[in-house]
Design a protein around this ligand. Structure first.
Ligand code: ACO
Length: 297
């Protein structure tokens, strides 16, 4: 019966084994995973926009090639994560509709604009750095497909973080204007990057249950503190000053609820891309329905 199934499920989690798609799971566990993994997938895809806007304006062929590869990686991460979400019984079409209609969230950080080329470096260093700090523990999350996707994603995120740091280091060796551009960019991104970890533990509605289920293994504040500690010596080596760590949680909730600087633009762009791609999805579905096994098929 249900109680026995639930006890077996919890025992699997408690001995740090994985829950797989065909295993029994409580509805609330499934719902929480769909919420978190879909939000994560949407963040990867929406996250292509701020940096993508710099591909056509990169200062050299080398920088352009790096940025192009990085933004493509983010698309790949979105696809791994949508696939992991699909194993829970929702389709990618449904998830995309929920994103576009505002019923599912994506990370607050991608509602801030990339205003200067230094932002490409800062996003790699701080935003992808924060993402790694949050995602390395998720490699051991209790749901198998999510944890396995995280392993591949973290490897690529490490490259992203390093390319960002290297870009900033190059600018810091340049002119006074370039150094000022880096500092200005870090000033704008530091607090939004710290907010990526989610609200303070006391206001985090989901943490306790998600930790009991082994979906999360650390609280939001624990990971935020770890990130600050990791980043301080990197800032020193780079020669930039990090702003203080006082966060404005009203700003965070405004951005999460759709009122950030770029929310409307991000969703409008995503919707446009989804609508423009309709013919590709239709053609792929029609092709899948064809008998291609015969030479004339
Ligand atoms: N941006 C937008 N919404 C957020 C953010 C954020 N940075 N942080 C928290 N929220 C939302 C939560 O989704 C939740 O709302 P919901 O219940 O309607 O879904 C609410 O704020 C309260 O937060 P928590 O209870 O703390 O939520 P949760 O336990 O899910 O923790 C966290 C949030 C830490 C972001 C978690 O979901 C997580 O680890 N997700 C995976 C990582 C991820 O999504 N990264 C995306 C950015 S990194 C990148 O793509 C490069």
């Amino acid at each position: 019966d249900e109680a026995q199934l639930e006890a077996g499920f919890q025992a699997t989690i408690d001995r740090k084994d994985r829950i797989e798609p065909r295993d029994w799971m409580p509805d609330a566990y499934r719902r929480t995973l769909v919420r978190q993994v879909a939000q994560h997938a949407h963040s990867e895809i929406i996250g292509m926009q701020p940096e993508g806007s710099w591909i056509g304006r990169a200062p050299s062929l080398r920088r352009k090639a790096i940025l192009l590869a990085k933004v493509q990686d983010e698309a790949g991460h979105g696809l791994y994560l949508y696939s992991a979400t699909e194993t829970l019984g929702v389709s990618r079409d449904e998830l995309t509709e929920m994103l576009i209609s505002g019923r599912q969230k994506y990370s607050s950080i991608f509602n801030y604009p990339a205003l200067s080329y230094a932002d490409v470096g800062t996003i790699g260093w701080l935003v992808d750095g924060a993402a790694i700090c949050n995602q390395v523990p998720l490699c051991r999350t209790s749901f198998g497909p999510y944890g396995r996707a995280m392993i591949r994603i973290c490897k690529e995120e490490s490259f992203h973080q390093r390319q960002g740091y290297e870009l900033l280091m190059t600018m810091m060796r340049g002119t006074d204007e370039q150094r000022a551009m880096v500092q200005e960019s870090v000033n704008r991104f530091w607090k939004p990057a710290l907010m990526m970890f989610g609200p303070p533990d006391a206001e985090s509605a989901n943490t306790e249950q998600s930790m009991a289920w082994g979906i999360k293994t650390h609280t939001n504040d624990e990971l935020r503190a770890r990130f600050i500690e990791m980043t301080a010596p990197q800032a020193e080596a780079l020669g930039v000053t990090l702003p203080d760590n006082e966060l404005d949680w009203d700003e965070f909730w405004t951005v999460v609820k759709g009122g950030g600087p770029c929310n409307e633009q991000r969703i409008a762009h995503r919707k446009q891309a989804w609508d423009d791609g309709a013919w590709v999805r239709e053609a792929a579905a029609a092709f899948a329905g064809l008998d291609t096994s015969s030479p004339r098929g």
